[in-house]
Design a protein around this ligand. Sequence first.
Ligand code: SF4
Ligand code: SF4
Ligand code: SF4
Length: 287
Amino acid sequence: MASDFTQQIRQKAIELLENGTVECVIGYETGSDGIGARPAFIYDAAEADRLVFDNTCTHNLVKYLLNKKGKSTAVVVKGCDSRALNLLLNEKQIERDKAFVIGVVCPGIVEWGWNKRSQRLQKRCDWCRQHTPVVSDFMVGDPVTEQPPAAFADIVEAEAKTAEERASFWQQHAERCIRCYACRQACPGCYCTDCFAESLDPEWVGIRIAPAESQMWNTIRAFHLAGRCISCNECERVCPVKLPLSLLNRKLEQKVLELFDYKAGMSEDAPAPLITFKKDEKLGIAE
Ligand code: SF4
Ligand code: SF4
Ligand code: SF4
């Protein structure tokens, strides 16, 4: 299957570059260890044979479209990545007519690292309910019937704890955060040119690498992604100290679904609840 997907992506890339539909195709190529895939930027049809698709194509490439504003670009997206595309369209960060979307019905991505690849699926792929991209101009693979939402045992376990126990749990994890911002850099929803975490005027949170500041950084980032997180789990994957970021993200996603019947990235134009104001939602605040 992987080689068939690879061939289809290469052929489409050649066609798009040769007829001038796009000036760049963002996809995957095999990295220098010969095992894991890395992002590839193809500008010339003669280079399209660098493109691959296999079960190490983990990166969410949609984020790179932010650097291609105004330029016609094709991008390879898996199911989860496609929700990021809708998120950025919804927030007016990219233009639909500049993006050609090569959707891949994703068979799942495995855990891998430098020079090694396991056969174990990543956590997000175990609980995935969006293998088929929600937006595409060309589809690789046959759409699949998605399963009903997963129940998350780790969320149930966390909810059974007292507020003090939960606070202590997150405090201990926050103390391990080294403020490298890899989570932010990988996240398609984190695109502010000036992140609050590094702003000195106003100083929302100190830049000191210390428990209180790290806890504040992780808490505010989670709030900023509430109702916007598209569950790609790239933040947790790239975190060098393996903070359980998806526990927080999935809980917030569940809460937004429950309160607003809204799941981020499923549609290009559905109004997002936390950036939409209705007058009758004033919650008793005076005129
Ligand atoms: S979460 Fe779903 S779409 Fe995303 S990589 Fe895993 S299986 Fe593929
Ligand atoms: S917060 Fe994490 S899981 Fe959510 S969109 Fe950002 S990188 Fe993906
Ligand atoms: S990737 Fe992990 S260590 Fe780095 S800032 Fe994010 S939470 Fe902290």
